[in-house]
Ligand binder design. Sequence first.
Ligand SMILES: [Zn+2]
Length: 416
Amino acid sequence: MINISHDNVAERLMRYVQVDTQSDPAGTAHPTTDKQKDLSRLLYKELRGMGITDAETDEYGYVYATIKGNSSKPNIPAICFCSHVDTAPDCSGTNVKPIHHRYYKGEDIVLPDDNSQVLRLKDNPYLSQHINHGVITASGLTLLGADDKSGVAAIMEAALFFMQNPSVKHGDIKILFTPDEEVGKGTAKVNMQKLGASFGYTLDGGEAGSLEDETFSADAASIIIEGVIVHPGYAKGKLVNALKIAGAVLNALPANEWSPETTEGREGFVHPVAVNGIAEKATIQFIVRDFTVAGLQAHHDRLKKIAQEIVAEFPGATFKYEVQEQYRNMKEVLDKYPHVVTYAEEAIERAGLTVKKESIRGGTDGSRFSYIGMPCPNIFTGMQNIHSKLEWVGTKDMAKAAETIVHLAMIWEERS
Ligand SMILES: [Zn+2]
């Protein structure tokens, strides 16, 4: 039985969310905002304070640390626990004032700095599982930042547990905190060699017990249309306007299916995200998503055929269809190492929870890590209503996430 204090992990979260670490999708530096390093430096100092002597933070805002193995078994793979320090650009992360509703009684929670922000039990049925436990919210003007500082807090609390309980046997445990996950650059400057882990787990998921081993596979696609340009005063029968063709292609997309707004579960989609151009030449950019590579290909074939049919109605016009790979479903990698996921299931059960396997309709740092040498499913932290002013997290879920980390490290030692 491993017990992590709800209060200690809550206190950690409250401390970390007060550091503004919003990332910037338009930023070109690494990290995209310098302030993310403020939290990285704090974490690095706290890890050193625990006695983790190799803890370091680099110019890009990553934090690396090793809890040295203490088992006599020689061949335990090094495993990594990873969370991101940045918060989403969708909602302010400046002056976050976290509130610990210590003994939540099931009431609707009115956030004090903006009374129109109300966390209602009927809209958030998961709150009912936290009655008589702690719930942490923001104050109404900002997000909370439990995404992903609840993961950071759980990893830090687990790290402290390992340092204080040397009788708990484990192999090398690697800790990694990353910047810029919310803007898709969380692995951009990571040093996998320095990290030195064989397998990893991101702590960046929702409800207690949830475990995600599957993400979308993702491509970007562009339809580049060339019209025929002639002086507009003398263009009768000659000019072909690329902008109008672009409009016709968009108009030919189905209204009731095949889009983010009409799909869920395991369905894929095609989503136009930008149009730009002039009468002579126009480009439509799409994102294309599916859980399988074959599914992605089917979406490309269908989209290309629509473009072909439309452009054919405009004699003289031509088009090109270009594809860029973005990321791939981590399951394609994880299926080669099934124990990475089954150990996590077992750890969640040892923490007293029921496993909920889920698929992510998006990508995670874990999908990228899985393709650069570190198979990496995603574990819950409890975070809810992320990227919004009504974001909240239950303290017992964060404690369970920390306990799951401890159990996982023990299971890797037992099985090696
Ligand atoms: Zn996250």
